[in-house]
Design a protein around this ligand. Structure first.
Ligand code: AMP
Ligand code: ZN
Length: 158
């Protein structure tokens, strides 16, 4: 689907700051963020909405969103919470018709809810330095990997 901007990002023909990529999924920074580090997790294979998305791929999509939320808490962005939101269909205010899961870092004291943040997106918490923001999130992923491999080692030696 050449007219789809997110397919363009997957193909590398449209610009984006990617945070993670594997064989089936991609995570990149939202260009109109609610807070710094706001990401979108997408399947690489175009699916317009949830009706169109393979269930196993949907499960993998959420698993990566889950992982990203945990990485944000371990990153230097200082998040202590996250909103994970998927707008499915025009009636749900989906504006880009390639399935995407929003992962939005949140901080104690944030004054705007996710819903209010959607109205103000791009006007607050812009991504002034996307490369640094993406690197901070990747550091969170590395810390999560370390924690998980440490926990596995402990289990094996218990
Ligand atoms: P939704 O309303 O759930 O469809 O959200 C679509 C999201 O995609 C919005 O938060 C936009 O800021 C974001 N977006 C649109 N185009 C791009 C792009 N080229 N790169 C990154 N994010 C984008
Ligand atoms: Zn697409």
């Amino acid at each position: 689907m050449s007219a789809c901007i997110f397919c363009g990002i997957v193909a590398g023909t449209a610009p984006a700051t990617k945070v993670h990529e594997d064989d089936t999924l991609c995570a990149f920074l939202d260009i109109r963020p609610i807070t710094r580090g706001h990401m979108l997790v997408i399947p690489k294979l175009h699916a317009t909405n949830l009706d169109d998305l393979d269930a196993a791929l949907g499960a993998r999509l959420f698993a990566l969103g889950h992982r990203m939320a945990k990485a944000l808490r371990r990153s230097t962005l200082g998040a202590d919470g996250a909103n994970l939101i998927l707008n499915d269909g025009k009636s749900a205010f989906q504006t880009v018709h390639h399935v995407h899961l929003h992962v939005v870092p949140r901080h104690t004291g944030d004054i705007r809810s996710f819903a209010t943040g959607m109205l103000f997106r791009g006007r607050v918490g812009s991504q002034p330095d996307p490369a640094t923001t993406a690197a901070a999130i990747r550091t969170g992923l590395d810390r999560l990997d370390l924690e998980e491999s440490g926990a596995k080692d402990k289990e094996q030696h218990a």
